[in-house]
Design a protein around this ligand. Structure first.
Ligand code: ADP
Ligand code: MG
Length: 626
């Protein structure tokens, strides 16, 4: 071998940091490196199995697909050999020298955080291979690609660099030779290895042999009949497929023969990894055909908003030699996706009916994905309406209800479903928008998350009932038959006369100018002097707030059209009528302050400096009179 063929390379900077994190923060959980190596070996064999169906390779095609683990407790070495797809020189350098995720911003900080919190999160990041350096002084990776090209050996001590050189006489696949650290010698013993494999790798779909003896039972649990599978087996399989240590929140084992042959086993985890600061999740469901893995972390078999699920889908109807590229527009895959997605939505609805407390836990953790589905996936939007949960004026704080429950309680005279967004339950309940709802005893949903109004707006209607935000200008509430007349007078007394109302409205419009489209007398306010309503029925104040937050100043100009509705029975409003002729500056300040207050109650932006200056003027005026 010439010297030119031996290359010493530096790890990419990110890789060095990952190595550092893995070696220094995870060493208490060293066992997992065995699991990571076995899972890489199994992945490589799944890839070969699929490749051989597509390409019929000839090189070394007689070799059985299995993982061999050998150890020597004299020399303290451990060897993991697979007959998988192997790696070419380029693949060696990209796969074991760089990190695919490094592009995503603060990935490393997130990894460091996750590593501190829970070592098992590490599996989710796909930095599995480097975990070998928790136990290794030195690692050699000898590998030869399935295409029969020249084999290579990669070597590193986990410091800053590695070497790559050609290596003769290799079979297809990869052999990882680990020289154990002095304090990690237990990994050179059969006993320890068998213990770890039975703990973590029972479901690896290939024989795993330690010193020639198979230590796992190879089985595709999802294709067995439900009655034969124990709860423990289901949980163990979840741990294997989801890289998890806990139990799943829900599991659905679903089989069908017609119109499509499907065996699927889906799990909902306990945690939402996206909110644990891990960035966007990879899909967690793998697609199989006759127990052969066709597409790992499949983007195609389920819609994106179900990426939090873990598990497998197996269908005998798929052609075994389908390539990953053609999966995307394969009609059969689309059909499978539809059947499974609908089944899963139905499953969740059933579970919610059976145990609403458990469903609340699901909703708190994964509701955000269901909402994402409503806003992004027209195909399942209507089905997903059933799964939505919101707080409501009829319930206690923290209690969530479904749209179905809301409809069940609706009075005969009510045609629509109403909702209002606010930062908290109490902000909504003390605000102007629910006053008439309370008075007429009409239930209203409280949407407490910023995204909720987009969700309900996308949904548009549910079971034939329109979904309407209470800050719409054109809202007409159903009458409360018994005391329709009482609306003539409010708690605060008699309304202004019609003539005065018109005068007041045009005065306010003059003061507020372009800030409002119209100023109108309200038939919805009970106690508050005024409120902002949106003329464009599709835009709620909450949606506008989000868009302002995203676009800053530029979007202020694009704000939706608003009306100011005033309460003709409010004593403050009555006072403005007189003041505008006797003390016009003061009347103008009050009018503008009323407008700003209403904007604030709608959750919209006001010019705070102007408002503070004005309120000092008002205070001074009031104090001066004393
Ligand atoms: P992940 O398995 O999540 O991709 P790893 O750090 O475990 O991340 O492995 C990095 C990459 O190295 C793998 O994606 C694969 O391409 C390659 N690799 C690792 N082990 C093997 C192996 N035994 N055979 C073939 N390729 C492997
Ligand atoms: Mg891996």
């Amino acid at each position: 071998m010439t010297e030119a063929q031996v290359e010493t390379k530096q790890f990419q900077a990110e890789t060095r940091k990952v190595l550092d994190i893995v070696i220094n923060s995870l060493y208490t959980e060293r066992d997992i490196f065995v699991r990571e190596l076995i899972s890489n070996a199994a992945d490589a064999m799944e890839k070969y199995r699929h490749q051989s169906l597509v390409d019929k390779p000839e090189f070394d095609n007689h070799m059985p697909l299995e993982i061999n683990i050998d150890c020597d407790d004299k020399t303290h070495t451990l060897t993991v050999t697979d007959t998988g797809i192997g790696m070419t020189r380029e693949e060696l350098e990209t796969n074991l020298g760089t990190i695919a995720h490094s592009g995503s911003g603060n990935f490393l900080e997130e990894l460091a955080e996750a590593a501190k919190k829970d070592v098992n999160l590490i599996g989710q990041f796909g930095v599995g291979f480097y975990s070998v350096f928790m136990a290794a002084k030195k690692v050699r990776v000898q590998t030869r690609s399935w295409d029969g090209s020249e084999g290579h050996e990669w070597e590193s001590d986990g410091g800053g660099s590695y070497t790559v050189k050609p290596c003769e006489g290799l079979h297809r696949g990869t052999k990882i030779i680990i020289e154990l650290k002095d304090d990690a010698q237990e990994y050179g013993t059969k006993f320890t290895l068998e213990r770890i494999i039975t703990q973590y790798s029972t479901f690896v779909p290939f024989p795993v042999k330690v010193e020639g003896k198979t230590v796992n039972t190879v089985q595709a649990i999802w294709s067995r009949s439900k009655s034969e599978i124990t709860e423990e087996e289901y949980t163990e399989f979840y741990k294997f497929i989801g890289n998890a240590v806990d139990e799943p929140l829900y599991q659905l084992h679903f089989s069908a023969d017609a119109p499509l042959a499907i065996n699927s086993l889906l799990y909902v985890p306990q945690e939402n990894f996206e909110t644990l600061g891990m960035g966007r999740m990879q899909p967690g469901v793998n697609l199989y055909c006759q127990k052969v893995l066709i597409d790992q972390h499949s983007e195609n078999i389920l819609p994106e908003w179900l990426r939090f699920l873990k598990g497998v889908v197996d269908s005998e109807d798929l052609p075994l030699n389908i390539s990953r590229q053609t999966l995307q527009d394969n009609a059969l895959v689309m059909k499978l996706r539809k059947v499974i997605t609908k089944r899963f939505i139905k499953f969740l609805a059933e579970e919610a009916g059976k145990d609403s407390e458990k469903y609340q836990k699901f909703w708190k953790t994964f509701g955000i994905f269901i909402k994402e589905g409503v806003t992004t996936d027209f195909e399942y939007q209507k089905d997903l309406g059933k799964l939505l949960r919101f707080e409501s004026s009829a319930g206690e704080s923290g209690q969530m209800i479904s749209l179905d429950e809301y409809i069940d309680r609706m009075k005969d005279s009510q045609e629509n479903i109403y909702y209002i967004n606010g930062p908290s339950r109490s902000a909504i309940e003390y605000g102007p928008y629910v006053e008439m709802f309370k008075k007429r005893e009409v239930e209203i949903l409280y949407t407490l998350e910023p995204i909720d109004d987009f969700v309900l707006n996308h949904l548009g209607e549910y079971e034939g009932k329109k979904l309407l935000s209470a800050d719409r200008a054109d809202l007409r509430l159903p009458e409360k038959e018994s005391d329709a007349e009482k609306d003539e007078t409010t708690e605060q007394g008699k309304k202004l006369e019609a003539e005065k109302i018109t005068e007041l409205c045009s005065y306010l419009k003059e003061v507020l100018g372009e800030r409002v489209k119209e100023v109108k007398s309200s038939d919805r306010l009970v106690d508050s002097p005024a409120m902002i309503v949106n003329v464009d029925g599709h835009m709620t104040s909450s949606m506008e707030r989000i868009m302002q937050a995203q676009g800053g100043e530029a979007n202020l100009a694009m704000a939706g059209k608003k009306d100011l509705e005033i309460n003709p029975a409010s004593s403050l409003m009555k006072k403005i009528v007189g003041l505008k002729d006797t003390d016009s500056n003061f009347a103008k300040d009050i009018a503008e302050q009323v407008f700003d207050n209403a904007m604030i109650q709608a959750g919209l932006l006001v010019d705070s400096q102007q408002m503070v200056n004005r309120s000092y003027r008002i205070l001074e005026h009031v104090a001066g009179e004393e």
